[in-house]
Design a binder for this molecule. Sequence first.
Ligand code: WT7
Length: 650
Amino acid sequence: MSEALANLLNETRQFPPPAELAAHANVTIDAYAEAEADRLAFWAKQADRLAWSKKWDEVLDWSNPPFAKWFVGGQLNVAYNCLDRHVEAGLGDKVAIHWEGEPGDTRTITYAELHELTCRAANALTDLGVTAGDRVAIYLPMIPEAAVAMLACARVGAAHSVVFGGFSADSLSNRIQDASAKVVITADGGYRRGKPSALKPTVDEAVASCPSVEHVLVVRRTGEDVAWSDKDHWWHETVETASAEHTAQPFDSEHPLFILYTSGTTARPKGILHTTGGYLTQASYTTHAVFDLKPETDVYWCTADIGWVTGHSYIVYGPLSNGATQVMYEGTPDTPHKGRFWEIVDKYKVSILYTAPTLIRTMMKWGEDIPAGFDLSSLRLLGSVGEPINPEAWIWYRQHVGRGELPVVDTWWQTETGAIMISPLPGVTAAKPGSAMTPLPGIVADVVDDQGQSVPNGGGGYLVLREPWPSMLRTIWGDDDRFIETYWSRFQGMYFAGDGAKKDDDGHIWLLGRVDDVMLVSGHNISTTEVESALVSHPSVAEAAVVGATDPTTGQAIVAFAIPRGSTDISGDAGEQLIADLRNHVSKTLGPIAKPRQIMLVPELPKTRSGKIMRRLLRDVAENRSLGDVTTLQDSSVMDLISSGMSGAK
Ligand code: WT7
């Protein structure tokens, strides 16, 4: 960035926590002062929330930055912490997972049952030759076996590498090869949009180019026919017949727990390595603090897929280490109808809901009548993750899902950070819609300019983390140089997150999107996020994506793609009129510098499989280029819709 980000958006609404929640919150305002007084003592206290087989000698070894060691010399077993200790505490009959399959089949799994399944799976993995330090790839739909497989790996000390079930054979093969996985755990298929969707053929194709793979363990989910080879074993014949007795061995605090490849919209995927003690400490603490989770009474639901880090930290390790009761859902939000999510909230009396802005905006597009048709009175806290949430989407979420009274926690973090880093505390923070607010206790984040100088309040620049944190990535698997180069070279002694951010006049942090997405218009750096939020604040717009396109006069010009809300008429002149209104609306909201040169009304936006908008492809459209690589798109037909709509929308 040649100049700090222009600070355009002026959102001033603020929502203090409900008094009742604040009065009984797990974490109070004192936590900030406590962590500030002694950050390492603060994290040691959070580590003490876990069961350690051997206490650590040193909280943090930062003698060889950026390679951190947390809770040095300590030993623990992650699966023991998520399962055995709850069963030993007499909570075996408590429901761990209310699972809902897409076709409507259900399973209720208690902690004792989850423990037993995990022990059997651990024995089965051991029988297949998996030992501590090995890698196991997991390519499963959202079925309980996905959690069991991860916990079984953790139990025997094998690092899992979960690959999202939507990835192609090539992507799967690259990830298996990069980690030299010995075993792959998969299923015949899962259910998606009302139909069985096969997984095993993709694994067969991938494994053909993966000499490291000795065995493939296959869960039967759909019952469809599958090809079979010598390497294949049915889960129900292997795991379910294995012994239910298994004693968890403790592992070193820095023992690898998992590798997770980042979705990376451009470069070769990076295998992000997380280890045992520090990761579990922070995943567990943040679940307790940010969601105010009360394991005795709450029903928690995170709608992410286990293939993303959100599923790792906030479906498996965070909630289970806290002994939570949670919902796990296999399918899509509109199968068999657009109210499916709210039906699930209603059915299981979900009290804490954690979802993504892309989903909230989709729900906005479908209209508030849909959530209004269900009883959502069990909800008491709402969370958001994955992208900046536009203020209007935040308000809609609070209004139409949260009865206009529930706290919304906008949580900023990354695959690399392992756990939530910047977020309101629900019992403390008066949240502003669209802002992730403040770093959590024990986290030192800042916004810096080109030179790495902290910007004053009101300024914009790059988000950095100034101090190591327990759940930080330890390296990129097999590539320490790339780890240093990607995250620790931009600014001396700081972790570079790759996100643009600003501090408002109160010092609260607003995330402005990936720095690659920032536009340079007539010498001003303008954030795509702010222009998108301005568009979404118009009553006729459900969702928007903004890119900078080369322009002979302004350097880059703002080109916007907007999805109209459900009932909006955009035929003929009405469409032209709306476009004119929207351009003026942005200009009024953010200033004339941010007025889009061009706005196209489109039915859909191109998204990655994790729900992030692929602005790179929209830039191709805006600059009339042929499209780049579309293989990571969630739905590749979207680009045809947009390209064909272009001619009419000009
Ligand atoms: C990137 C990390 C964190 C788990 C899911 C995504 C963006 C994430 C927020 C938020 C603004 C956010 C950032 C970040 N992001 N949460 N609350 N506000 N931006 O993990 O795939 O590693 O993506 O997602 O750009 O760098 P990921």
